[in-house]
Design a protein around this ligand. Structure first.
Ligand code: PLP
Length: 385
């Protein structure tokens, strides 16, 4: 049974070029980049090259790129680092209601530390309420964190506009751009943000490597301290294989964005067409204004996780909401924030494609899901009433 993998927002398969580059480093590039002998210098050179690749993907300066272990670490460093740099007794932070758990949970952590954290709502389509953001910014605010494209629904936040409003009020802005790499051109100058987080494993690099873009004048207190690596902004011996992997992936993803976007857009269109033809189904998130390749559909009265498990038996890999919360009990805070009706709330299934996903795979997966939904409803005839 061939596997059909439509769970790319959870993680992606490393590209062949990435695997080759990483394997080479594991073999010959093992030295410590801080060592001053030849192999150490070579390892340092590999990091410099990878940093240039990531900087170019973001339109940033090389010195503004900090390698971390994952986006969760980048987000921790960004929010905790920016808050600590204020030196205030009670700093103020705004986050959106549809942030990934990484931001959401740091918000709660900061609150427990005495920070004022305000959550800005979204509308029924999942889009940030800019009027409310502007109102909240009338009170002196230190940091605003914005998810660029939601991991569950793909809904895009108007980050440029929100950043402009926030910066005009003197707040620093962090953007969680984990789900947009290679799908939307990224340019930190055009975005105007102070900080931005990326995760390697979401764009065909290995796990264990992330990026924090830190604008050169950003107020920031390092979070992981020690031995001065990454310009003193993130201590610890560098993960050279991971860094080389993310550098190779960044170069790949920076190219061919229009073609990738068109391909993913066609796949999303077909997924929506077929899945919404299933009775009592609902698209979660705006019909337009989502990142291409992500489709979140609820099937009334049945559990999304039951659809995921039934489809998995036929070799189709999907997710019910976000993979990070898949093992936790309870509904999605993202769908709840959007006001998804109760009878659809637990029936959400996320389909997420990547550039190598084919239309034939999408067609086959839709067939499997149609059968799964019909089967589950036949087990509980009250479900489709
Ligand atoms: N932000 C978003 C939008 C995500 O989708 C994820 C992962 O699902 C993260 C942050 C956390 O990324 P990582 O797994 O690198 O910690």
């Amino acid at each position: 049974m061939a596997m059909i993998y439509l769970d790319n927002n959870a993680t992606t398969r490393p590209l062949p070029a990435v695997r080759d580059a990483v394997m080479e480093v594991l073999g010959d590039g093992f030295a410590n980049p801080s060592s001053i002998h030849g192999p150490g210098e070579s390892a340092k050179g590999l990091i410099t090259e990878a940093r240039a690749g990531v900087a170019s993907l973001l339109g940033a300066r090389e010195t503004e790129i900090v390698f971390t272990s994952c986006a969760t670490e980048s987000i921790n460093a960004a929010l905790r680092g920016a808050v600590a740099a204020t030196g205030k007794e009670r700093p103020r932070v705004l986050i959106t209601a549809v942030e990934h758990e990484a931001v959401h949970d740091i918000g709660q952590w900061l609150e427990a530390e005495g920070v004022e954290v305000v959550v800005i709502p979204v509308d029924g389509g999942g889009v940030l309420d800019l009027v409310r953001l502007e109102q909240e910014l009338r009170i002196e605010t230190d940091v605003v964190s914005l998810i660029y494209a939601n991991n569950e629904t793909g809904v895009i936040t108007p980050v440029e506009e929100a950043t402009r409003i926030a910066r005009a009020r003197g707040a620093m802005v962090h953007v969680d751009a984990v789900q947009v790499v290679g799908k939307i051109p990224l340019d930190v100058a055009a975005l105007g943000c102070d900080m931005l987080s990326l995760s390697g494993h979401k764009f065909h690099a290995p796990k264990g490597i992330g990026v924090l873009y830190l604008r050169r004048d950003a107020r920031f207190r390092p979070f992981v301290v020690g031995a001065g690596q990454e310009g003193g902004r993130r201590g610890g011996t560098e993960n050279v294989p991971g860094i080389v992997g993310i550098g190779a992936a960044a170069v790949h993803m920076a190219a061919g964005i229009p073609e990738r976007r068109d391909h993913l857009g066609r796949l999303s269109g077909r997924l929506e067409e077929r899945l919404l033809s299933i009775p009592d189904s609902r698209l979660n998130g705006l019909p337009a204004g989502r990142v291409p390749g992500t489709v979140n559909v609820s099937f009334r009265g049945i559990e999304g996780s039951a659809v995921v498990l039934t489809a998995a038996r036929a070799g189709v890999c999907l997710s019910a909401g976000s993979a990070c919360s898949a093992a936790q009990y309870g509904g999605s805070h993202v769908l709840e924030a959007m006001g998804v009706p109760f009878e659809y709330l637990h029936g959400a299934v996320r389909f997420s494609c990547c550039e190598t996903t084919s239309l034939a795979e999408v067609e086959e997966a839709c067939g499997v899901v149609e059968t799964a939904v019909a089967y589950l409803r036949s087990m509980d005839p009250s479900a489709a009433k």
